[in-house]
Design a protein around this ligand. Structure first.
Ligand code: CP
Ligand code: NVA
Length: 309
């Protein structure tokens, strides 16, 4: 049984589907789960800003009968004021679970190794697994059988791209990634996705041609060109990524009725035009809503049992 939620790579296919199925049930009948985590407390550690993650984890805990404590970047100063190990060893004495959004991925891994309570990855420089689970729930709701779909990701081979590839591997989805040269997804994650997807029917195409990537795609996904922590590269990246903007011309190359997806926050006029993100094809707010449902499923699965250590 799952004891932390750090990367989709760690999930069995059964666990991947279990999260999506439970999220769907919780979305349909939220009242049935009102006392699922009664008396439980989640500590939420943030090294970076957030709207969706902070609100959906906090609301999720409240809807399940529990509570959440927000720890802002300046409160803990993870890694400078105190080591991740010591933070975990303190928190486990007071609360029932930890959610962490960090820069280095190794910090979330260290927290999970040290803590006797479950740890949930709420975005690191390497991965954003809660986002990808919400995105695959959205895809399933809108387009059906995930194994028959093609998802095109256009832009930076970043944390969001990595987790989408790993989710695609579990679901058997065809993923095409188009990035500028030098901004491809990390080889380590490509290898994990290929290994995980060996039996699911998954395939992965990595290209530098956005038109080739979106061809026959059921959904076109993009994310900011400069992620949190890369603000100093913003101007240089804006020039390099300009040919990778998702606009109506590019959307017209995908399947008719293809969805537009984005994890948000979005920069209209940069990675996506207003026309596309505000079009009927856009499902960005459904994705944001589904963060709540998948995270409630993840929290319930992790926090209603004892962590096996
Ligand atoms: N998509 C997402 O994680 O949004 P926040 O950074 O606002 O949490
Ligand atoms: N790639 C983005 C995702 C934000 C939700 C970042 O890391 O800033």
């Amino acid at each position: 049984m799952l004891s932390d939620f750090i990367t989709i790579h760690d999930l069995s296919t059964y666990e991947f589907n279990e999260i999506l199925d439970l999220a769907q049930k919780m979305k349909e009948k939220p009242h049935k789960f009102r006392t699922h985590l009664q008396g439980k407390i989640l500590a939420m550690i943030f090294q970076k800003p957030s709207l969706r993650t902070r609100v959906t984890f906090e609301v999720g805990m409240l809807q399940l009968g529990g509570e959440a404590i927000y720890l802002a970047p300046a409160d803990i100063q993870l890694g400078t004021r105190e080591t991740p190990y010591d933070v975990a060893k303190n928190l486990e004495r007071w609360v029932d679970g930890i959610m962490a959004r960090t820069f280095a991925h190794s910090i979330v891994v260290e927290l999970a190794e040290a803590a006797r309570i479950p740890v949930v990855n709420a975005l690191t420089d390497l991965l954003h697994p809660c986002q990808a689970m919400a995105d695959f729930l959205t895809l399933k709701e809108k387009k059906g059988d995930l194994a028959r779909l093609k998802l095109a990701y256009v832009g930076d081979g970043n944390n969001v791209c990595h987790s989408l590839m790993l989710a695609g591997a579990k679901a058997g989805t065809h993923i095409a990634v188009a990035t500028p040269k030098g901004y491809e997804p990390k080889e380590e994650i490509v290898k994990q996705a290929q290994a995980d997807g060996r039996e699911s029917g998954f395939s992965l195409e990595i290209t530098h041609d956005p038109v080739a990537a979106v061809k026959e795609a059921d959904a076109v996904y993009t994310d900011v060109w400069a992620s949190m922590g890369q603000e100093h590269e913003k101007e240089q990246r804006a020039k390099i990524f300009a040919p990778f903007q998702v606009n109506q011309e590019l959307m017209a190359q995908a399947k008719p009725g293809a969805l537009f997806m984005h994890c948000l926050p979005a920069h209209r006029g940069e990675e996506v035009t207003s026309e596309v993100i505000d079009s009927p094809q856009s499902v960005v707010f459904d994705q944001a809503e589904n963060r709540l449902h998948v995270q409630k499923a993840i929290l319930s699965l992790l926090m209603s049992q004892k962590k096996s250590v």
